[in-house]
Design a protein around this ligand. Structure first.
Ligand code: ADP
Length: 431
């Protein structure tokens, strides 16, 4: 039987308001982290992983829904939970030991005990002998270990890790993962559950018992995958790679119906679809790679390895090839369509033509072309278009969307951009 949940999110929705625009970051999320469980949360950037972590630990109050801790509704900052961030802020003027002692002091541990506990914690994370060093004297991996020691000093029941290994080099990350697993599996820390947020699929499969895969727009839990592999896990074992493969497939999803894929234009009912963040050169590179592959298809997992792409970039690329109708995604593999094949083999000019035709189908492009067409001299200033996009997307995303529109539009020779006046205008043949 499954253990009781330590923490539970019930119907969590988080909206962010910027100006007049309300953006639904996560919608109706239900999840449980059970006692004794190591759970990982995966998903593309912007799907709301950090938001959920802040809500779970009580650093943020959701717009709707309930946080339940040990069976009782909970509000305020949860004293039983701690987050370890990507880069742990250590006080540079304090030694390693003093940094850990500070966390113990905040918990009200008396001075003598503090010293003992700090030394013991540092020993546990493998920093024996570095007690009197200053943070600047340590490598990134060692600093992160101090971060772990400090997090453990508060003996959290729920240890939340927000991309804790992603800023480290490969070797340090590997070592620190191993050490954390040893502490956790060996019952050497009083922590009752771990929740890891990560981009790294292999890392999640290596460490966690259960994976929640999130999808974006709006952020939601899309799938749950149980990792039924005994520890220590061998990342080369067939069962391991098969599971990694499955997670890739789940993350990248399946080709959707075209109207759903395209979304709607600003001002129209429905959701305005964000353009994937990709450079044309990368998209072309992917299509060429596929066209050279047997059967014009590739396993997503293999593709990520061959093209050295991280999961986020891979998803953006596969998404954009689908959006243009250049490829389809099914069962963890991506296959070129005949249009994609034509594009990959076409001359530069022919590619531009194909790209332009496909690009014009996109609601966001139709909207911009219509706006420019109606404007004086068929041109609008960059900031004017940006302001219009900011009604649809958060400011940072609006800027990225405009960049994509202008870059793609210039490539397709639909739009031109005059840097000196910051005017975006329609190319003469783009009516
Ligand atoms: P992730 O951690 O998965 O990358 P986040 O939780 O950081 O996702 O963000 C989810 C969405 O909410 C994103 O679209 C992001 O731009 C938006 N968002 C996050 N925090 C804020 C905020 N304080 N104000 C406005 N929008 C935010």
């Amino acid at each position: 039987m499954a253990s009781p949940p330590l923490v539970e999110l019930r119907g969590i929705t988080q909206e962010y308001t910027t100006g007049r625009r309300v953006h639904v970051a996560v919608e109706a999320v239900h999840l449980q982290v059970r006692e004794g469980e190591f759970m990982a949360l995966l998903g593309p950037s912007g799907c709301g992983k950090s938001t959920l972590l802040r809500i779970i630990t009580g650093l943020q109050v959701p717009s709707r829904g309930e946080v339940v801790y040990r069976g009782a509704p909970f509000s305020g900052v949860n004293p039983h939970a701690t987050i370890v961030f990507q880069t742990f802020a250590l006080f540079p003027w304090l030694t390693v030991q003093e940094n850990v002692e500070l966390a113990l002091k905040a918990r009200g541990v008396p001075p003598k005990l503090r010293t003992l506990r700090a030394v013991e914690l540092l020993d546990r994370v493998g920093l024996d002998g570095f007690e009197t060093a200053y943070p600047r004297e340590l490598s990134g991996g060692m600093r992160q270990k101090v971060g772990f020691a400090r997090a453990m000093a508060v003996e959290p029941e729920l240890l939340c890790l927000d991309e804790p290994f992603s800023a480290l080099d490969v070797l340090s990350a590997g070592a620190l993962r191993g050490e954390l697993l040893e502490l956790w599996l060996g019952g050497k820390i009083p922590t009752r559950a771990i929740l890891l947020v990560t981009h790294n699929i292999e890392e999640a499969v290596l460490m966690a018992d259960r994976l929640l895969v999130m999808a974006t727009e709006p952020g939601r839990v899309a799938a749950e995958i149980t990792v039924d592999l005994p520890h220590p896990r061998d990342h080369k074992a067939a069962a391991f790679t098969a599971l990694v493969d499955r997670v890739y497939a789940t993350l990248a999803g399946q080709t959707r119906e075209e109207p759903e894929e395209l979304g709607s234009a600003p001002g129209e009912p429905g959701r305005t679809r964000r353009l994937p963040h990709v450079a044309i050169a990368d998209l072309s590179g992917l299509l060429e790679h596929l066209s050279a592959a047997p059967g014009d298809r590739a396993d997503l997992y293999q593709l990520a390895a061959d093209l050295k792409l991280d999961a986020d970039h891979l998803i953006e690329l596969t998404e954009s090839s689908e959006l243009f109708g250049f490829a389809t995604i099914r069962d963890g593999a991506i296959t070129l369509t005949s249009l994609g094949e034509t594009f990959a083999e076409a001359s530069i000019l022919a590619r531009k033509e194909i790209f332009a035709t496909r690009m014009r189908r996109l609601p966001l492009v139709r909207w911009l072309v219509a706006m420019l067409g109606a404007a004086e001299r068929r041109s609008l200033r960059h900031d004017v278009v940006l302001a219009a996009l900011e009604l649809e997307f958060p400011p940072e995303e609006a800027a990225r969307q405009l960049d994509a529109l202008v870059n793609w539009g210039r490539y397709a020779e639909i739009l031109a951009y005059d840097q000196s006046t910051t005017a975006i205008y329609l190319e003469s043949r783009a009516a």
